[in-house]
Design a protein around this ligand. Structure first.
Ligand SMILES: Cc1cc2nc3c(=O)[nH]c(=O)nc-3n(C[C@H](O)[C@H](O)[C@H](O)COP(=O)(O)OP(=O)(O)OC[C@H]3O[C@@H](n4cnc5c(N)ncnc54)[C@H](O)[C@@H]3O)c2cc1C
Ligand SMILES: *[C@@H]1O[C@H](CO)[C@@H](O)[C@H](O)[C@H]1NC(C)=O
Ligand SMILES: *[C@@H]1O[C@H](CO)[C@@H](O)[C@H](O)[C@H]1NC(C)=O
Length: 363
């Protein structure tokens, strides 16, 4: 096997943030390979089967495993920082720095913010420091508040389009097609050296390979117009870091409006807007972020529903030999962290590709 990959044919299933980022990361290591992304949905589409455009999104880690999940988020934070601070392309990619004020309604030990094993917050240096919010500024019922000095907010439409343009510039082919099974997919691409499985919840429809550990975590948001008083930071309020009743306000950059969230409804596939839920989201967000003004003054642009690809056991980045000896590297199940862990999980997936394609590799 040539190290530049000139004889490799990679097939990437999925064109969400994960499939696109994985294809781009693969291109770095295999400049001369053939890479094809196959997907039913691409950037610009808005479908309940396609999660990425519905994300908030920001970088606010939920990882506390003192292990790979923290690494995925750390790598991604550094990649965002490199693009925004060093390359200066934040405007073009739709990612900008911003601080965040987060209120929690339980004691820190119960929030899931502390890393297992160390009992400490692992990301304080990364975000430029965490400061406790003065007690007098806490809303009623909050146990404590933290100011993140500087993290990232993502305008998902702009960023997904940018990822796709990078893929096209780097001679990554794109094919739009829905596949009912992996057998059918590989029959159409018989010279595939290795398949990267970035199909999120979609694979539940693949008849021959069902991972029954995956399930949706429904999330609803409201996109509103920017208030005349600019919002200077993001806000989050929740009993715990991961909780069904989380509220958040993410101002997007450059005319992206403001995303108000949220909800986390495990196992719920409903694509219908729940308008009562929208009302309560708007009410809670106006309390959280005074710059928004009154609920009745909000200009609603859209009500959004997305299904986070959750998985019992967490994100799966693994190498496997499937069926007729076809190699598969899985990269799916990112739940509510697909943007903030994208570059880290892609890097891990490509390490596994390299391992699998080494001449002496044995599975
Ligand atoms: C309300 C909400 C808020 C969120 N906020 C954040 C946040 O602040 N930060 C963050 O990091 N993350 C956030 N997320 C999570 C993030 O959106 C997901 O983790 C991420 O989008 C998952 O990306 P993906 O590429 O795995 O899946 P998807 O975007 O769903 O892409 C799956 C791809 O696979 C294709 N596909 C699947 N099966 C087949 C098949 N059989 N044949 C052909 N194509 C197929 C689809 O067409 C699609 O292209 C949020 C999610 C929601 C819903
Ligand atoms: C691809 O990923 C899905 C989860 O998205 C999983 O159900 C399926 O088993 C995987 N495909 C293969 C070939 O293992
Ligand atoms: C799924 O969510 C919708 C919208 O919030 C809600 O109306 C419905 O009752 C939920 N379904 C289940 C089974 O929980």
């Amino acid at each position: 096997m040539e190290s530049n990959g000139s004889s490799s044919n990679f097939l990437v299933l999925g064109a969400g943030v994960i499939g696109l980022t994985t294809a781009l990361t693969l291109r770095q290591s295999y400049p001369d390979s053939s890479i094809t992304i196959v997907a039913k949905h691409f950037p610009g589409d808005r479908s309940i089967e396609y999660t990425s455009p519905w994300a908030g999104a920001n970088w606010a880690t939920m990882a506390n495993d003192n292990g790979p999940l923290e690494d995925y988020d750390r790598v991604t934070f550094k990649k965002f920082a490199e693009m925004v601070d060093n390359e200066g392309i934040g405007e073009e990619i739709g990612i900008g720095r911003m601080g965040m004020r987060a209120f929690f309604d339980s004691k820190i030990e119960e929030t899931g913010l502390l890393s297992q094993g160390t009992g400490k917050v692992w990301f304080d240096k990364l975000v430029g420091g965490l400061t406790k919010v003065d007690e007098r500024e806490l809303p009623e019922g909050a146990a404590f508040g933290l100011d993140f000095k500087s993290t990232f907010r993502i305008h998902t439409q702009v960023y997904l389009n940018w990822l796709q343009v990078q893929a096209l510039k780097q001679k990554i082919k794109t094919v739009r097609r829905h596949y009912p099974s992996l057998t059918a997919l590989l029959a159409d691409f018989p010279s595939t050296t290795l398949l990267l499985n970035c199909s999120a919840l979609g694979s539940l429809h693949l008849s021959d390979v069902k991972d029954t550990n995956i399930y949706p975590t429904r999330g609803q948001t409201v996109l509103v117009a920017e208030p005349k008083v600019p919002i200077e930071r993001m806000y989050l309020r929740s009993p715990k870091r991961v909780d069904p009743t989380v509220s958040y306000v993410f101002p997007r950059l450059n005319g992206g409006g403001v995303i108000l969230g949220g909800s986390r409804q495990d196992g719920n596939w409903s694509a219908d807007v729940d308008y009562e839920l929208s009302e309560s989201i708007m009410r809670k967000c106006c309390e959280l972020c005074p710059e928004l003004g009154r609920v009745e003054d909000l200009q609603v642009i859209s009500h959004n529903v997305g299904l986070r690809p959750s998985r019992v056991g967490g994100t799966r980045v693994e190498l496997e030999s499937w069926g007729n000896g076809v190699l598969v590297v899985h990269n799916y199940g990112h739940a509510g962290a697909g943007f903030q862990s994208s570059w880290g999980t892609a890097e891990r997936a490509v390490e596994l590709v390299k391992k699998a394609l080494k001449p002496e590799a044995k599975l």
